[in-house]
Design a protein around this ligand. Structure first.
Ligand code: SF4
Ligand code: SF4
Ligand code: SF4
Length: 183
């Protein structure tokens, strides 16, 4: 395992971007390159800072309040009376915890939601709110978050490639001004 992998293994994998990086892996890379501080991950909290300090041989420092606080992650909740089924919240969710499709009400799978809050800004009618997790239910583990995020990335990359291929095919089918249109 290289250093980036070892750092990444200590991060909670919510992909929330509160550290100021585009997910856990980019933050791990910046830490390995000595470009950032070890105290920028609110979901990892004090325990995470301790683990990073031990691995990287750095001094213990408190969580940077500019990144957020170490509160228990809530879960997203969609107000079914207000949801217009636009599906804009699907893509930003790094773990595909929201189910629904165009013109249908959407809902959050509480057991998969890691509380990253990335869906909130995507909703044009502000009908997603964060709530405390139901008592007794734990947040997903880093391993679960990582596995779901990898599935999400594979799926979204495949969709992007398929879309690009379809567009290229359609462009090829557009006749030039001198060409007759095919029937
Ligand atoms: S979980 Fe921590 S390291 Fe990962 S994106 Fe959020 S703040 Fe950054
Ligand atoms: S439902 Fe919202 S808060 Fe929950 S994991 Fe997905 S984007 Fe994050
Ligand atoms: S973005 Fe908001 S309105 Fe659109 S489907 Fe998601 S929850 Fe419903």
């Amino acid at each position: 395992m290289n250093l980036v992998d070892r750092i990444d293994a200590l991060l909670p994998q919510t992909q929330c971007t509160r550290c100021g990086y585009d997910g856990c892996r980019p933050y791990a890379q910046a830490l390995a390159d000595d470009l950032t501080a070890i105290n920028r991950c609110p979901p990892g909290g004090a325990q995470g800072i301790e683990a990073l300090a031990a691995l990287l041989g750095r001094a213990l420092i408190p969580l940077d309040p500019d990144c957020g606080s170490e509160a228990d992650a809530g879960v997203a909740f969609i107000d079914q009376n207000a949801c217009i089924g636009c599906a804009r919240c699907l893509l930003p969710c790094p773990v595909d915890a929201i189910i629904g499709s165009q013109r249908y009400l959407h809902t959050v799978l509480e057991c998969d939601c890691n509380g990253c809050e990335l869906c909130l800004a995507s909703c044009p009618v502000d009908c997603i709110v964060m709530r405390p997790r139901a008592s007794g239910a734990g947040a997903p583990t880093a391993a679960e978050n990582r596995a779901r995020y990898e599935r999400h990335r594979t799926r979204t990359q495949r969709s992007a490639h398929e879309r690009a291929a379809l567009l290229a095919e359609r462009k090829r089918a557009v006749p030039t001004p001198d060409e007759p249109r095919s029937q």
